[in-house]
Design a protein around this ligand. Structure first.
Ligand code: PRP
Length: 181
């Protein structure tokens, strides 16, 4: 049981709360983009794979799914340097695009993606994230946001520590002794 997982300090968002919010977000997106022929949903690997899968399965109108993978320098060094490891399969010029992230932490990844993808001439470009850490000075636009969370190490629902814990059904705070070993 997740509740009793020895590495978790506390559960921040339950599976039920995630499912309800994901459905609301999908309904909001569906309503906002009801006029477009199709929507281009870009999941950022690895973290967004579960969120993207759940979100898009609640979107009952035409959409396309694609993925990008980025380096994690932005998160570990605070320098903001981000690099594309795997790019989209198709051009996005003229497409209505939503970038889908699991988490906005420093905001470097999303800022970088916004700059890069805006340069590819999409018809529109929006951002979506399941969680955003409440950090002073965070200055990146998130058009569709699931939850604001405290500035602690979180895992589950796509979020990892050392590539583990991604498939936990909740979002939980990891015990400090686990990541400071
Ligand atoms: C995480 C997360 C975001 C990014 C957010 O990815 O999935 O893409 O960090 O952090 P930022 O706001 O500080 O830029 P990570 O690089 O850890 O790779 P992963 O998705 O493969 O876990």
């Amino acid at each position: 049981m997740t509740e009793n997982h020895p590495d978790l300090a506390r559960i921040l968002i339950t599976p039920e709360a995630i499912a309800a919010r994901v459905k609301e977000m999908a309904e909001q997106i569906s309503s906002d983009f009801r006029h477009v022929e199709r929507l281009y949903m870009i999941g950022i690997l690895k973290g967004a794979f579960i969120f993207l899968a759940d979100l898009t399965r609640e979107m009952h109108f035409p959409h396309v799914v694609d993925f990008m993978a980025l380096s994690s320098y932005g998160r570990t060094t605070e320098s903001g340097a981000v690099r594309i490891l795997m790019d989209l399969r198709e051009p996005i010029d003229g497409q209505h695009v939503i970038i889908v992230e699991d988490i906005v932490d420093s905001g470097h990844t999303l800022s970088y993606l916004q700059r890069v993808l805006a340069g590819r001439n999409p018809a529109s470009l929006h951002t979506c994230a399941l969680v955003r850490k409440l950090r002073p000075g965070l200055n990146v636009q998130v058009d569709y946001l699931g939850f604001d969370i405290p500035d602690v190490w979180v895992v589950g629902y796509g979020l990892d520590y050392a590539d583990l814990y991604r498939t936990l059904p909740c979002v939980a705070e990891l015990k400090k002794e686990v990541y400071s070993k």
